[in-house]
Design a protein around this ligand. Structure first.
Ligand SMILES: NC(=O)CCC(=O)C(=O)O
Length: 287
């Protein structure tokens, strides 16, 4: 997936987004043997991205690779600037866990450790928030990026056949429309002959702040190219001033993500979720 910024500053040569886990099969059994030590400078995959970014003078949101660090494995995305330097590193925050008997069972947490920090980074193609695949299901993360002034959120991804058909488009459009910004996704292509049980859904896309599909792929291998006009963000926000219409008197957007009562309420069975309207949410301070 490649994109080019066309407004809101000097045009750059653009950016490229890769998919989730592009340097090896997305299989929990074999992933550990492909882990690379990014901080230790022993990552052939990131070195390759850096070389390409510097040679082409572009920003690369480098999908994700298994990152080995202090004896643990993370699902990690590096953002690389046109000088070939790593500008940011995002470790997947929400690991994908699913168990639909007879259909799909997948547990990333058997292999990966979850990251601890959201990632927002200023690049030549705008201010980018990063999420990796399953991170897209959590609207709070996208809201956080919006509140930090993100122009676009990049989600390197690998949705599957069980959830992709119903939800993939919906997720991307929801995050874009709720937050009135651009959402860019990149998925691997589907390989019908793959030996893995995990069949990829595909359909990488660039979605605009009004939910419009600017560019999209099918499930086959493709390069998707789209233009991001930053001025559209303000236009849509002026046309439809959602932020001004929030009913802070009814629901607070100052979220408290910790605290015993909140935890107890959030994790209670549905029929015990009383007093929910008393729960205040305040955004976890993010340094
Ligand atoms: N690789 C992933 O995180 C897949 C997420 C997914 O398919 C979902 O439904 O969520």
């Amino acid at each position: 997936m490649t994109s080019r910024k066309v407004a809101g500053g000097a045009p750059s040569d653009g950016g490229v987004l890769f998919q989730e886990i592009w340097n090896c099969p997305y299989s929990m059994e074999t992933l550990p043997s492909h882990g690379e030590d990014i901080d230790g400078g022993a990552s052939p995959s990131v070195s390759m991205l850096s070389e390409v970014a510097a040679r082409r003078r572009i920003t690369i949101v480098g999908g994700s690779i298994p990152e080995r660090s202090s004896g643990r494995l993370f699902n990690t995305c590096c953002v690389i600037g046109p000088d070939g330097q790593i500008k940011a590193k995002h470790r997947k925050l929400h690991l994908f866990e699913i168990d639909i008997p007879g259909d799909i069972t997948f547990r990333e947490s058997d292999t990966f450790t979850a990251g601890q920090e959201p990632t927002i980074v200023d690049t030549d193609v705008g201010r980018i928030g990063i999420g990796i695949c399953h991170d897209i299901r959590f609207p709070e993360l996208a809201m956080l990026y919006r509140s930090r002034g993100a122009h676009l959120i990049c989600y390197p991804s690998a949705f599957n056949m069980s959830t992709g058909q119903l939800l993939w488009d919906l997720m991307q459009k929801s995050r874009a429309v709720d937050n009135q910004l651009f959402v860019v996704t990149c998925s691997p292509a589907r390989d019908p002959n793959a030996e893995s049980d995990y069949m990829i859904w595909g359909h990488s896309s660039l979605i605009g702040p009004f939910g419009e599909v600017i560019a999209t792929a099918g499930h086959e291998e493709a390069t998707v190219v789209g233009e991001i006009d930053h001025s559209m963000i303000q236009t849509i926000r002026d046309n439809l001033p959602l932020e001004m219409q929030r009913r802070e008197d009814l629901y607070s957007t100052h979220w408290l993500m910790s605290g015993e009562n909140l935890q107890a309420t959030r994790h209670a069975p549905l029929d015990q979720m009383h007093n929910c309207n008393e729960v205040k949410m305040a955004l976890q301070p993010w340094k």
